[in-house]
Ligand binder design. Structure first.
Ligand SMILES: [Zn+2]
Length: 190
């Protein structure tokens, strides 16, 4: 981890690293600018295993279970240009979770094939693949939602990190469709 930090987070000056418990690190940055530079340039992974970054808060409790509100990077491919204001982006992202930040290319609109945002998401809930957006002109469209990475959540064990196969249903011969497709969540622009 120490090597990863020095190799990948060179933009931050000598952050302090503390190993707390299995899988947890506390990283103390010298400045808030260093923290933001690292935080907003993610996501990161070590050996293809994602690193989940979460800003520390006084309420943070290592003893509670794995956090279920996790910041994830979300892409909105081919988002219409009239929905790119930070206000519109926040509204769209609010359908998925709590918007934190749009990446630099998105806020400066230097890359317009997709908008990308960091959104804190409750991973115990099913994450949408699309949302319905009503744009400022009253036009309704379906916006695709792509997560750079999302953690597995086991509905049986109620934990993040794995997924148990669903138990075989007793007494059912023909497979009724289990996962009914839900209506996309909806957002309205003003
Ligand atoms: Zn499980």
């Amino acid at each position: 981890m120490r090597r990863f930090v020095s190799q990948n987070w060179a933009q931050a000056a000598n952050p302090d690293l503390y190993l707390h418990d299995e899988g947890y690190y506390m990283i103390k940055f010298q400045t808030i600018e260093d923290l933001n530079a690292v935080y907003y340039s993610g996501p990161y992974s070590i050996n293809n295993r994602p690193i989940i970054l979460k800003p520390w808060t006084p309420e943070f409790d290592f003893n509670t279970e794995f956090p279920t509100e996790i910041p994830l990077w979300v892409k909105f491919p081919n988002l219409p240009m009239n929905c790119w204001s930070s206000n519109s982006l926040s509204r769209i992202a609010s359908v998925i979770g709590t918007p934190i930040f749009a990446d630099e290319c998105t806020s400066k609109q230097t890359r317009i094939s997709y908008a990308r945002m960091l959104v804190e998401v409750n991973v115990t809930r099913e994450l949408p693949e699309a949302i319905t957006v009503l744009d400022p002109n009253g036009r309704q469209f379906t916006q695709e939602v792509i997560f750079d990475w999302k953690p597995e959540f086991c509905q049986l064990c109620q934990v993040v990190g794995h997924k148990c196969p669903p138990p075989p249903k007793a007494g059912t011969q023909n497979h009724a469709p289990q996962e009914r497709r839900r209506e996309p969540r909806k957002v309205t622009m003003e």
